[in-house]
Design a protein. Sequence first.
Length: 312
Amino acid sequence: MARSTHSVSPSLPPLIAGPPRARDMLELLKPITWFPPIWAFLCGVVSAGVPLGAHLPFVLLGMILTGPAVCGTSQAINDWYDRHVDAINEPGRPIPSGRIPGRWGLWIALIGTATSLVLAAVIAAFAGPWVLPATALALLCAWAYSAPPARLKLSGIWGPGLVGFTYEGLSWFTGAAVIAGKLPPWPVLAVLLLYSLGAHGIMTLNDFKAIEGDRACGIRSLPATLGARRAAWVACAVMALPQLGVVLLLAALGKVPAALFVAALLAAQLALMPKLIADPVGRAPWYNATGTSLSVLGMLVAALGLAGGVRL
């Protein structure tokens, strides 16, 4: 499918416009999307196996960093560069509806980027050096995902992969680095990478609601290019296989109870997947509420297994 020129470089709205309302700016930052990176961050904290103790203030700051700051900024970036797509798929969003007027969407994205880097630098000054580069990489990924010339969201392979890597992998890494103050050990890195791969399938589920707009604007999401049914098969396989890898890794490390628990959660997801595949467009939200929730719970179980339990 040829790329639409409108999907890459739409005309800019007028520079001058009055400031938007606070509630419209909050809607632009999509608070509902903050949960996955915050959850992954907390899984990283748990997986390090370090008592919270005096680290609690930095854990709280890290939750703000991964959620409202970095994730919120990524949503502003995406909405700004997707304003033409949202005009088709979600015309009521703050930018296409005019509630975020002029170039305020871009200014909010730039301010959020700078604020996130400053907050990461503050945390890194007390909690180790790995937080700042991880945050910078996450923000770079956010801009590369949405903004030209990269605009990796045009790809059904690179787009969901990049989001999964930042939402799950980098957030988990940041949590482990904040609490331990050093590079996480290899088993933690292996598990966070596996869950990052699995998140590719979860991100694909979000594309089923936008097939019409994606095709019109040249965004080659898997549902838009493969069709809904085949894309659902791919998404299910991509969600399941990395979790199987987590089970095998935990078992090899001697974390048998955690491995069995994650295996049981995976089995429950596999039982739900045929219903998703039968009607992926209609049932993607349902599967997100059921199967994806089981996968997210498995992340915490794996983190607890790596840590050997909860340490306060």
